[in-house]
Design a protein around this ligand. Structure first.
Ligand code: NAI
Length: 630
């Protein structure tokens, strides 16, 4: 017969996120002149006791003295604590209720506020061990029941001795006094609970760390509310990714490591072994070789637009999803284009340069408003379409040309050919993508087709314009002004010289590929990419993935979700469904999408199923990855 198991759980900073006496101080000291100072003293005393550095009893006496609390403060305290139950405790109410007979709350706090909180989670009143207050005739808290062993130093040890539990005892807590139970030989295992606070001297002694109750349950093979503890998911963020992303991943409960720069292939091979999610920008190369060592990798986040630094096809074959931020900096590019359109039609760049040389050249010649002028947008994608809206708001008349059919926004007019657009536009702006076939798509013939004295902008990709043709068009006066943000050859670092025939030409605004470089864009990216990744990890959504079949799934409710990624060869779906049928699984919903390389099948099933089905699904031939969500 297997031994009985007992779980000893601490209350303050473990069951709840906070120290209850600190919270009580917030309430009882309201209006007190030096409230903050007193609260700090209380906190220091609490920490001193929790770190095992000072006498617990002495500290408790001092704290109660400082608190000046009254019975009437307890109800508001309970209401506060109800909202501060630890997240992983909240999630795992079912475990607490099911195992209620074996769970003991052992705390040096007070029953008056502990009991109403923990009993809501199924904890039995007779299994709550804590102190009790003493009051004076006016309800003021003046002390505690000194007979209670928990009010004494090493109180938890004394209590456990009296309980004399026959079986395996597991202690979960954040404080030194929790560790001492194990040290005294009264528990088999102590787990330092770090979801709310991590105390160095406790961590140093603990042989087990539980960043959440999920992790504790996972390690002890106990039923948990989620399929996998999030703290086991390791995230590696390279290239100075915006701190917002770090914050979002940490908040989700993942372990996050950051590296300021990019890593070489060898360094990556070493680091990527136990990583589940990697975040990069444009400099890190995720090659086939790197992916061969990425045993645990589930997702790659490109915190930028481009993804050609990633071997997308190998990632797909390995069942690794890739997400990027296709429109997080769209607005930034559009704003710059608008600014440049205005600056160019007023010749501001040259006028400003002359002023810096002391030349005053006041004249209206060649200066125009942009209102009612015709703007020709080549490439009506994210940027082109957004520019269309803002330009119209400024009174411009918008024409666009795209190789595919696009939704016409506002009053924008579609051109059937590029020629048609070039002939009509006062301004031509390129927003095509950088596909190979677009190399030099804009050259001599295109400039020649433009109106005399038109203005030209390129904020898309350097190689799409034949630069010598542009230079000729400017020099001949065919083009009155230009703004160029991207170049066929761009310096790799700020230390390198920028070499181009465009240098020194008048009314030409040159910018160092900064169209999308704003703080706002960086922050948008730092929100966008982690969200996509978490939706994939938590729900299986691949919507907006760069390489995976895109599926947007309904929310998972009262079901378990089987996620199967396989090589796209005939018969796999049939095999999956055979396994489900053979195991009499009740299917609530099934979603399938494939691309040339992989098939992605999601099956939501009724919770009461035979666990054999999991084993059988993993065995299906051509399976790349299988996981289960609940
Ligand atoms: P997108 O992919 O949403 O739009 C590109 C559009 O161009 C698509 O509608 C496509 O059908 C169309 N297109 C492609 N080739 C064409 C051709 N030869 N003629 C007409 N239409 C063509 O891309 P998005 O996000 O709008 O970006 C546009 C460009 O801006 C990209 O090249 C991107 O690399 C660049 N970009 C530059 C930034 C900068 O810092 N300067 C920042 C962000 C993007």
């Amino acid at each position: 017969m297997s031994k009985e198991k007992y779980f000893i759980i601490d209350f303050d900073s473990t069951f709840t996120q906070v120290e209850a006496l600190d919270e009580l101080g917030e309430i009882s000291l309201q209006g007190e002149e030096n409230k903050d100072e007193i609260l700090q003293q209380i906190k220091d005393l609490t920490n001193g006791a929790m770190d095992g550095k000072s006498s617990f009893t002495e500290g408790l006496v001092k704290r109660l003295d400082l608190l000046k609390a009254n019975k009437k403060h307890l109800q508001p305290l309970i209401s506060t604590l109800q909202t501060k139950v630890s997240e992983s405790v909240k999630r795992n109410k079912e475990f607490l209720t099911t195992y209620a007979d074996s769970i003991f709350i052992v705390s040096s706090g007070f029953k008056e506020f502990i009991t109403p909180i923990v009993t809501e989670y199924g904890i039995k009143e007779e299994n709550i061990y804590a102190n009790t207050f003493r009051y004076d005739e006016n309800g003021n808290i003046i002390g505690f029941d000194e007979e209670n062993v928990l009010s004494l130093d090493k109180g938890k040890i004394k209590l456990l001795e009296t309980l004399a539990l026959q079986g395996d005892v597991y202690v979960l807590g954040d404080g030194y006094t929790d560790y001492e139970i194990k040290e005294a030989g009264l528990a088999n295992k102590f787990y330092a609970f770090t979801e709310n606070i991590s105390r160095d001297n406790v961590i140093a002694k603990a042989e087990h760390i539980a960043p959440s109750l999920d992790e504790f349950l996972y390690q002890n093979k106990l039923p948990m509310a989620i399929s996998y503890p999030k703290n086991r998911i390791k995230v590696l963020l390279l290239e100075n990714i915006h701190p917002k992303a770090v914050e979002l991943f940490r908040k989700e409960g993942y372990q996050v490591e950051t590296v300021a720069g990019a890593l070489s292939e060898e360094e990556l091979i070493e680091r990527i072994k136990d990583i589940s999610i990697i975040g990069i920008r444009s400099k890190t190369q995720i090659t086939k070789k790197v992916l061969e060592h990425a045993n645990k990798l589930m997702c790659i986040g490109a915190f930028c637009i481009g993804t050609n630094q990633i071997d997308l096809s190998t990632a797909l074959d390995a069942g690794i999803t890739v997400f990027n931020a296709p429109f997080s900096n769209t607005r930034s590019v559009v704003e710059l284009a608008i600014g440049q359109i205005i600056m160019l039609s007023r010749d501001i760049f040259d006028k400003s340069s002359k002023m810096h040389q002391g030349k005053w050249d006041k004249s209206a010649a060649g200066s125009n408003e942009i209102r009612d002028k015709k703007l020709g947008i080549v490439g009506y994608g994210n940027i082109g379409a957004q520019l269309s809206v803002l330009a119209e708001a400024l009174g411009m008349v918008v024409y666009y040309y795209d190789v595919v059919e696009k939704l016409q926004l506002g009053n924008a007019r579609k051109c059937e050919t590029l020629q048609e657009l070039l002939e009509v536009s006062d301004f031509v702006t390129l927003h095509v993508d950088g596909r190979k076939s677009n190399t030099n798509m804009f050259g001599e013939a295109e400039f020649a087709a433009m109106k005399d004295g038109a203005i030209f902008l390129n904020l898309s990709r350097g190689h799409v314009v034949d630069v010598p043709s542009l230079v000729n068009a400017i020099k001949s006066g065919k083009i009155r002004g230009a703004a160029v943000d991207v170049f066929p050859e761009e310096p790799a670092t700020n230390a390198e010289e920028f070499v181009s025939e465009l240098r020194g030409l008048s009314n030409v605004i040159l910018t160092p590929h900064i169209g999308g470089s704003t703080s706002e864009a960086q922050e948008n990216i730092a929100h966008f990419v982690p969200r996509r990744i978490m939706e994939y990890i938590n729900a299986g959504n691949t919507y907006q993935s760069v390489n995976f079949p895109n599926i947007q799934l309904p929310e998972l409710r009262d079901a378990h979700r089987l996620i199967h990624i396989h090589k796209n060869v005939p018969g796999v779906l049939a095999n999956i469904n055979n396994v489900l049928a053979k195991n009499h699984v009740n299917i609530e919903g099934q979603y399938l999408k494939t691309n040339e390389q992989v098939g992605y099948v999601i099956t939501d099933i009724n919770k009461g199923y035979n666990k054999q089905v999991i084993h059988d699904l993993k065995q299906i031939q051509h399976t790349i990855k299988f996981r289960m969500l609940y």
